[in-house]
Design a protein around this ligand. Structure first.
Ligand code: DC
Length: 221
């Protein structure tokens, strides 16, 4: 079956491997890759830099009014400045769920994400892509891995980047907290769409998971 405008939704919890897989699939299939977590992270960065309380919804929404978040050539820009590296710091991990649960924030981000998916073939990753943002996607994948494995991946990532004061136990607890907040929030909680393929990456290499996904897309499954 030929598809003129290919849309692939990839969802899953923190550290499941969704961004790594989505990026690779995008490269292989020549599609645009859009990391929606980066948008929530960018707003979180601004909230922290401006000294605003991340749990104060009115203040956060006021700040969002005067913020521009754009996504160009796989890089995220906050008010015109590229912030790709800064948004991966652990301080952002700690506060991003508070920002992502605010309904007004989500409405604006979803609008932006749908706009990005309108013209190109895109693979978009996040928490609510298959359920809310792009429910008509041609393919939906829900990426999972054990919480211990996800914490190990995040720990290695942060240590490799030279972040100070990182412990495995601290990261594990942070991931558990974020899982709980992302899955129990009122608006667009994380859950697997019934028509999504579940991919468990716990004991697979990246290439094995990529092959599994490509086989499904190419109809080989
Ligand atoms: O995928 P990530 O770890 O970069 O996402 C950061 C946070 O943003 C995550 O804790 C939940 C939130 N998020 C969301 O609520 N909806 C999305 N579509 C993407 C991310």
């Amino acid at each position: 079956m030929a598809i003129n405008h290919l849309i692939i939704a990839v969802d899953g919890p923190a550290g499941s491997g969704k961004s790594t897989l989505a990026r690779k699939i995008a490269d292989i299939l020549g599609m645009e890759y859009i990391d929606t977590g980066a948008m929530y992270r960018a707003l979180t960065l601004k909230v922290i830099e401006e000294g605003i309380d991340p749990t104060d919804e009115d203040d956060v929404l006021g700040l969002l009014e005067e913020t521009t978040i754009t996504y160009e050539n796989n890089y995220i820009y906050l008010d015109g400045l590229e912030v790709d590296k800064k948004i991966r710091e652990n301080i952002i991990n700690k506060h991003v769920s508070d920002i992502a649960k605010i309904e007004g924030v989500r409405i604006k981000m979803v609008e932006l994400q749908r706009e990005l998916a309108r013209s190109d073939n895109v693979i978009m990753d996040g928490r609510d892509i298959g359920t809310v943002v792009l429910p008509d996607a041609n393919f939906k994948f829900f990426i999972v891995a054990s919480v211990e494995e996800r914490a190990r991946r995040r720990y290695r990532e942060l240590v490799d980047r030279g972040e100070p004061d990182i412990t495995y136990q601290g990261i594990l607890q942070g991931i558990k907290d974020r899982d709980r907040l992302d899955s129990t929030r009122q608006v667009a909680p994380l859950y697997k769409s019934p028509d999504a393929y579940e991919i468990d990456t716990t004991s697979k290499t990246v290439d094995e998971s990529v092959t599994e996904i490509l086989n499904i897309i190419r109809g080989g499954k």
